[in-house]
Design a protein around this ligand. Structure first.
Ligand code: SF4
Ligand code: SF4
Length: 245
């Protein structure tokens, strides 16, 4: 069982598999991949971006993102709000390249690959694979450099992203979830606040009886006051307990 499957005509790539790619500023296509494409954000992407921009999560979501429902999962789908047509530029693209490069989101780190992650049917074993996107106009795909998928992930600093993004799988494949029933408004709001709007979630956690109600230990309590990653872990753990009860 997976949320997304390998699209037809695409080859499944594993970590040791190789592909041909090199991206350089000198290529005439430079920046063309930062426009007119869907730039989906995971909760960890939002955390990194709003901190890079030193923005409150609520302001970041309002100013820079769009909301829809993922037809494959029924979960919220947050993506970067692009500029107006016909260019549809990513708002973080500047003449030198990406202005948030250190904290660029998962889809940008993986490009020209995509990642599929899920659990095997009727089992808890994790399956992860990759495939090469169709990237018309990307001259980097014609460069001579061959590299493995694993090498690419390492160069792109993907380890913390893979780990944090996979936390979502425990909600997507939650045993309490009925796959034929859409999430209701209350469930959608809980997901949005606990995973994406972390500064609002922090206020809620600190200013209500949340800590006592969910028996949060004192060490965790003090960490979440300043540590967004700890807060996001709490958000996932809270939803695992609460979302489908
Ligand atoms: S080579 Fe591909 S990834 Fe690099 S700038 Fe050009 S289009 Fe973007
Ligand atoms: S976040 Fe950076 S790398 Fe990603 S599309 Fe925007 S400018 Fe390009």
């Amino acid at each position: 069982m997976r949320v997304h499957n390998l699209p037809e005509m695409h080859e499944r790539l594993e970590l040791p598999d190789t592909f041909q790619f090199s991206c350089r500023k000198e290529l005439s296509c430079f920046g063309s991949c930062c426009r007119n494409r869907v730039l989906t954000l995971t909760p960890y992407d939002v955390l990194r971006l709003k901190n890079n921009l030193r923005m409150h999560s609520d302001d970041f979501l309002t100013r820079h993102t769009e909301y829809s429902l993922d037809p494959a999962t029924g979960f919220p789908l947050i993506s970067i709000k692009l500029g107006s047509a016909p260019e549809k530029l990513c708002p973080f693209l500047i003449s030198e390249g990406c202005s948030v490069y250190e904290d660029r989101p998962t889809v940008c780190r993986l490009f020209p690959l995509a990642r599929v992650s899920g659990f095997e049917q009727d089992s808890k074993s994790h399956d992860e694979f990759f495939y090469a996107l169709s990237t018309p106009g990307c001259l980097g795909r014609m460069e001579e450099r061959m590299l493995t998928v694993g090498q690419w992930l390492s160069e792109q600093g993907m380890d913390p992203y893979r780990a944090a993004n996979d936390s979502m799988l425990h909600l997507l494949f939650h045993p309490g979830r009925s796959r034929d029933r859409a999430l209701n408004e209350k469930q959608l709001q809980k997901i949005l606040v606990s995973l994406y709007n972390l500064d609002v979630f922090r206020e809620f956690v600190l200013k209500t009886n949340f800590m006592d109600a969910y028996s949060i230990d004192t060490q965790t309590q003090s960490r979440i006051e300043n540590d967004d990653q700890e807060l996001l872990r709490l958000g996932f753990s809270f939803l695992r307990t609460d979302l489908f009860t």
